[in-house]
Design a binder for this molecule. Structure first.
Ligand SMILES: Nc1ncnc2c1ncn2[C@@H]1O[C@H](COP(=O)(O)OP(=O)(O)OP(=O)(O)O)[C@@H](O)[C@H]1O
Ligand SMILES: [Mg+2]
Length: 1050
């Protein structure tokens, strides 16, 4: 954690420790306090004593951050704070096993209770944590609001004035975790229950209950919200500014729950509070009796009734207890009636007792909750007792309170001033005693067993005969007259005889904190603290468990005739016990100062503070602290703190601490008169010297800090560098590896490339001879072979059918196969034709030969030809050998008839046709009559020179004869046949095979000459529209022309 500028010695406002005040005077002391107060520095030290000024407003100096700041820090390290004291106390308790007590003193309203709570909350914050520990802490802290509600009240000095003394022991285990605690309470100012001075209030709980309880609760408690309904609640200051009674009531209820009160216990407590209020409303009236005395009667029994209902008391019993008083003496019981005044006295006594016993019960109950069950280790006591009080009207309570404060001052003197001086003696330091006011003498005036005021009061109370406050004062006047701190008008000390500020019924004590005038009225009564037995017995009879517990003396079985100890006696005894207790512990002082009487912030009433500074003996405190030596420190911590100022002690001093300190001081050349060596401590005379040391230390720390910083920075940079270097090596190694890998891979692949090229080159060189000559061709051949193979195999599956007329042929796959493809097609076609042909018989073959010849002669020359292709060349259409009709004719033929058909012989004269049988043999052509079969003409084939036909689809043909032959006499023949193509073909064949003559000419044209006897007639074929059907007509146009009209074959 960085050192903040809050060090005691750094940047402080005024002087943080009065011991260091220079020059020291009361004025400078006050000036310093004021200066610091004005700057919100409410805490100032005198050595280890903390002076706390009440700021009367909340300051931001109690935050958790502050707690952390002061936690585990040395007392003088930071600016003064109550936390520093709490921390110091807690740590020496935890670490050095020293029981501690925190003594908080100061007058009413100076801030003691607040200080005690701050100490407790600090300790709670810094000690251990955990479920169990936290519960204990909560219970300890929450006991405060409960006790404050029942034990605090608004007074003219303080709106939250503690009207009881409280000492709380917080018990810790060896780890410093709180285990629990014990609370002791001292004398509650119970007179407040029945009567409050002007401008003051009763205890907070009454107002809190009436303001904060629910309507339902109030109804159960038979209460009204209105304060004015209750006699015990003074009206003039029932509402206090800044106090929210209703909210506080909730806080108290909550706190009671946390502390561990059961619901029915809380209810009982509230019932008792209600009962007290009811009790105050019971009023009495006098009733004269025949014997002349006045007896008291209850005016209105309603409140009594309600109260009895609340507490479960039989009304008549209580009523009787308010009317009679039974005195028992030596087996005798005497009952006397009470007058009105006595009845009121009895009522108030009951109310006070009821309330104060309830308060004590609350403390006991809380103690039960916070009781330590484990073995405790160390104890921290926090004492928050009512402050020193001077009122206008001071009574027994103030006397007791101030006595208590007197005792605390005593213990302070004992432990600080005397202790301080004794320390010098103990440490063997030369010392001249410093005068300080020791209030032991005042304590003695009050508590001396023989002639102390309390002893006198007890004596009076116990004395037979009439005892009044006046007789008590008389007694004081005689016994204490000589005492220098006792003043009374009627004392034998004549100097007060004329002191008019001193009324007759009063005595005055010069307390350490000022003179206080006490009015004796009520001293005896309050000391006696009498509660008539009838009342306690009535209470005991109550059907209410709590009430019964509170009045054990009311148990008739345990009648104790002995007088109970007086209030004064009890108090003295408990204060004695407390003091003895405190003396066994290590004291830590918080001296609270009230800056003004107005409960206002920012006001510093100098006279008021000066007065407190005086009576608290703060100046003496400083003086004694400084007389010889302003500052002391044990050798070890001193050496530890300043050892860096000397080379020989820094960084380690091996010898005893004292010698180390001596070496240090010598080295620093501190003048010898500035310090003394005690047995265990070094004593520094002047604050200046301490400042000098501190300043040197600060510089040195700065240098050291720089050095540390330098070394640290160096170290940091170096380690950073080394780390970087190390990392760099790793990175470099990895990188190199990676780079090498890459390079290697590159080289490897390059090598492979080079290698492959080389090998390729070698192999190529070796195989070049093979490759150069044939490789290309081989590959080419192979490829071509492959392609051909594929082509042929493909052809196999795509071959067209074997029909010669099938025109299909697969598509050519490659251009270069064009020729082959076409050739193959041709070959295939020829082959399939051959195949086709090879199936033929001889006749069929002859037929086809004839057909072929016909085709050779006529194809594309004569229009008739195509129609003849499908006609079979039958040859003998007339079945001449079989038909008897032609038997004669047939027998006349010496050759085999190759063709027999009926033809039309065109008449030369008119062109009309006459039917004739046409026979063809190897040797001749024969024309015979169709009917008779008589041969009309027979022409030997050698006489036949040519045959003429037209180009058209007609069946006309002219047989031309050799001129001069015997057959030519009658002229040429113009014939027409349906089988023209067959006739002509056969004629041509015969001519081709005959060796004896020339080839027969076949003339195909649409105009030819025919030799009719002598005349040559031209036969002309024309195309014309058919006149009579579809037949060809032939007409003799003139002598020289015969016209044949052939219908157009579309
Ligand atoms: N440190 C503080 N910070 C803020 N206000 C404070 C502080 N100390 C005291 N006060 C204020 O002063 C009032 C009186 O303080 P406190 O009740 O502690 O006085 P006291 O010394 O206990 O008086 P008494 O002797 O009458 O009980 C508190 O109610 C609170 O308002
Ligand atoms: Mg208080």
């Amino acid at each position: 954690m960085p050192l903040k500028n809050t060090s005691l010695l750094d940047n402080m406002i005024g002087v943080g420790d009065m011991v260091l005040l220079e020059p020291l005077s009361e004025d400078s002391f006050l000036e310093n306090l004021k200066n610091r107060f004005d700057h919100n520095e409410i805490y100032t030290y005198i050595g280890s004593v903390v002076i706390s000024m009440n700021p009367y407003r909340s300051l931001p100096i109690y935050t958790p951050d502050k707690v952390e700041e002061y936690r585990n820090r040395n007392f003088y390290e930071l600016s003064p704070h109550i936390y520093a004291l709490a921390d110091e106390a807690y740590r020496s308790l935890r670490d050095q096993d020293k029981d501690q007590c925190i003594l908080i003193t100061g007058e009413s309203g100076a801030g003691k209770t607040e200080a005690s709570k701050l100490v407790m909350s600090y300790v709670a914050a810094v000690c251990g944590k955990g479920q169990e520990v936290n519960k204990v802490k909560e219970q300890l802290l929450q006991s405060n609001p409960v006790l404050e509600a029942f034990g605090n009240a608004k007074t003219v000095r303080n709106d939250n004035s503690s009207r009881f003394g409280k000492y709380m022991d917080i018990e810790f285990d060896f780890k410093g975790d709180p285990l629990g605690g014990v609370i002791s309470n001292y004398l509650l100012e119970k007179s407040r229950v029945v009567k409050q001075p002007r401008g003051e209030r009763n205890f907070h709980i009454f107002y809190q209950l009436l303001s904060g309880a629910s309507d339902d609760t109030l109804k159960k408690l038979k209460l009204h919200r209105d304060f004015s309904k209750y006699n015990y609640l003074s009206l003039d200051s029932a509402v206090v500014n800044g106090l929210d009674d209703a909210a506080n009531f909730r806080t108290v209820r909550n706190a009671m729950q946390i502390v561990g009160f059961m619901e029915d216990e809380v209810q009982s407590v509230l019932e008792l509070v209600a009962a007290v209020l009811k009790l105050g409303n019971i009023e009495f009236k006098p009733e004269s009796r025949c014997n002349g005395t006045d007896e008291s009667r209850i005016k209105d029994k309603n409140d009594l009734k309600e109260m009895c209902e609340l507490l479960g008391i039989e009304q008549s019993v209580l009523e009787r207890a308010f009317s009679y008083r039974t005195v028992e003496a030596k087996m005798e019981k005497v009952s006397t009636t009470l007058n009105v005044a006595q009845a009121y006295y009895a009522r108030d006594a009951l109310a006070k007792n009821l309330y104060s016993r309830l308060f004590s019960w609350l403390v006991t109950r809380i103690n039960e909750s916070i009781k330590v069950t484990k073995t405790r280790h160390k104890v921290m006591g926090v004492l928050d007792i009512y402050g020193f009080e001077i009122f206008e009207d001071n009574s027994f309570e103030q006397f007791i309170i101030n006595y208590c404060n007197e005792k605390l001052q005593q213990i302070f003197i004992e432990l600080t001033l005397r202790e301080e001086q004794e320390e010098y003696v103990r440490e063997g330091i030369e010392w001249t005693n410093i005068e300080y006011f020791n209030n032991a003498i005042i304590c003695d005036l009050i508590e001396n067993n023989q002639n102390g005021i309390l002893a006198m009061l007890d004596e009076e109370c116990l004395r037979p005969g009439t005892v009044t406050d006046e007789t008590f004062l008389d007694k004081l006047n005689t016994v204490c007259a000589e005492h220098q701190h006792f003043e009374s008008r009627l004392s034998k000390n004549s100097k007060f005889l004329t002191d008019h500020s001193l009324p007759h019924s009063c005595f005055r004590i010069q307390h350490y904190a000022g003179k206080v005038l006490y009015r004796v009225e009520g001293f005896v009564d309050k000391n006696n603290d009498l509660l008539y037995r009838d009342l306690s017995q009535a209470m005991y009879k109550a059907n209410h468990s709590l009430i019964k517990q509170l009045f054990p003396e009311g148990n008739p079985a345990k009648v104790n005739l002995k007088r109970p100890p007086t209030a004064g006696f009890q108090f003295r005894a408990s204060v004695g016990t407390l003091m003895r207790n405190l003396q066994t512990k290590n004291p830590n002082y918080i001296r609270c100062i009230k800056p003004n009487d107005k409960k206002a912030s920012h006001i510093f009433t100098e006279s008021l503070v000066r007065h407190q500074v005086r009576y608290l003996g703060l100046m003496e405190n400083v003086r004694v602290r400084r007389a010889g030596y302003a500052f002391r420190q044990a050798y070890e911590p001193c050496l530890e703190r300043y050892k860096m100022l000397c080379k020989r002690t820094w960084p380690h001093w091996r010898g005893p601490a004292r010698e180390g300190v001596e070496v240090l001081m010598a080295d620093l050349q501190v003048p010898a008169e500035e310090f003394s060596y005690g047995r265990s401590k070094i004593f520094i005379r002047n604050p200046r010297t301490l400042f000098f040391l501190e300043e040197r230390r600060r510089q040195c720390l700065q240098d050291l800090a720089t050095l540390i910083q330098k070394i640290y920075r160096g170290w940091k940079c170096r380690s950073q560098f080394l780390l970087l270097k190390k990392s760099q090596i790793v990175v470099a190694a990895w990188y190199r590896r990676y780079a090498q890998q890459k390079k290697y891979q590159r080289i490897k692949s390059a090598t492979t490339v080079v290698q492959s090229y080389t090998r390729g080159w070698q192999v190529r060189r070796e195989y070049r001879k093979f490759f150069r000559a044939n490789a290309g061709k081989k590959i080419y051949d192979f490829t071509i072979q492959r392609i051909m193979q594929k082509y042929f195999l493909g052809l196999k599956s795509t071959m067209p059918s074997m029909s010669p007329i099938d025109k299909n042929w697969p598509a050519r796959p490659y251009l270069f196969l064009d020729g082959v493809h076409t050739e193959l097609r041709r070959i295939f076609h020829l082959w399939r034709c051959k195949k086709y042909r090879s199936q033929f018989t001889e006749e069929k073959k002859a037929v086809y030969e004839e057909k072929l010849e016909a085709s050779e002669i006529f194809k594309d020359k004569k229009a008739l030809y195509p129609s003849s292709v499908s006609q079979p060349f039958k040859g003998d259409y007339l079945e001449i050998s079989k038909n008897p009709k032609y038997q004669k004719l047939s027998s006349a033929m010496d050759e085999k008839v190759l063709l027999a058909d009926v033809v039309n012989k065109i008449n030369r004269a008119n062109g009309k046709g006459t039917a004739r049988i046409f026979l063809l043999t190897k040797k001749s052509v024969v024309l015979a009559d169709q009917k008779t079969g008589q041969v009309k003409a027979s022409v030997p084939l050698p006489d036949l020179t040519s045959v003429s036909v037209s180009t058209q689809s007609d069946g006309f043909f002219a047989l031309k004869l050799k001129e001069g032959s015997a057959s030519a006499v009658k002229g040429d023949f113009l014939l027409s046949s349906e089988h023209l193509i067959e006739i002509i073909t056969k004629l041509h064949r015969i001519g081709a095979t005959a060796a004896d003559r020339e080839q027969l000419n076949i003339d195909i044209s649409d105009e030819f000459l025919v030799q009719f006897k002598q005349d040559k007639v031209c036969v002309k074929f024309i195309q014309g529209a058919p006149k009579n059907g579809n037949s060809v007509s032939c007409k003799r146009k003139n002598n020289r022309l015969l016209e044949v009209s052939v219908p157009t074959t579309a």
